[in-house]
Design a protein around this ligand. Structure first.
Ligand SMILES: C[S@@+](CC[C@H](N)C(=O)[O-])C[C@H]1O[C@@H](n2cnc3c(N)ncnc32)[C@H](O)[C@@H]1O
Length: 154
């Protein structure tokens, strides 16, 4: 077992999960603040030099988990580890945000898909080294292809 302590909390306009856009083609453009606790502020030194950051956080308002379920982006079931479902055995979220600026221990970011008050576990610089042509998107790409085929039929 592990014990973790939040390094801070997300300040977001979203107070209910239904306010957060989801489903096919969703783009997360919402802005918000990562409010880091005073004791961790020195750890933010140089963070604003990166355009994007990985943020790991806790789905603190999710209950239980489902190992196989139908995500909002498909009509077929998939294993939880092949989805981004909040209902997972270890309820950890991962979001890539764009850095807009830093004001002391507050980082203003874009790309928020977390509720207000979400506990933040960690922040790391985003560095992508995998060329787009090497990425495989599994069931997600197949679901997209089925949706486009349906659209051209109608
Ligand atoms: C599909 S998850 C993806 C989150 C993250 N980008 C990831 O991949 O881990 C995003 C959804 O999590 C839910 N959510 C956001 N913050 C949450 C929280 N603190 N507790 C529980 N659910 C939350 C909202 O319903 C939101 O639409």
């Amino acid at each position: 077992m592990f014990t973790m302590k939040p390094i801070g909390f997300v300040r977001s306009a979203y107070t209910e999960t239904k306010q957060i856009p989801k489903g096919p083609g969703t783009k997360h453009e919402a802005e918000g603040t990562l409010e880091i606790a005073p004791e961790f502020e020195p750890g933010l030194q140089d963070v604003e030099g990166f355009s994007h950051l990985f943020v790991t956080w806790v789905f603190n308002r999710a209950e239980g988990y489902e190992l196989v379920g139908v995500p909002p982006t498909d009509d077929r079931p998939h294993g939880v580890f092949a989805t981004r479902s909040p209902r997972r055995p270890n309820p950890i979220g991962l979001t890539v945000v764009e850095v807009l600026g830093r004001d002391g221990r507050n980082l203003r970011v874009k790309g928020i898909d977390m509720l207000d008050g979400t506990p933040i576990l960690d922040i790391k610089p985003y560095m992508s080294s995998i060329p787009a042509e090497q990425l495989r998107l599994g069931w997600f790409a197949e679901a997209e292809a089925r949706r486009s085929a349906k659209k051209t039929e109608t």
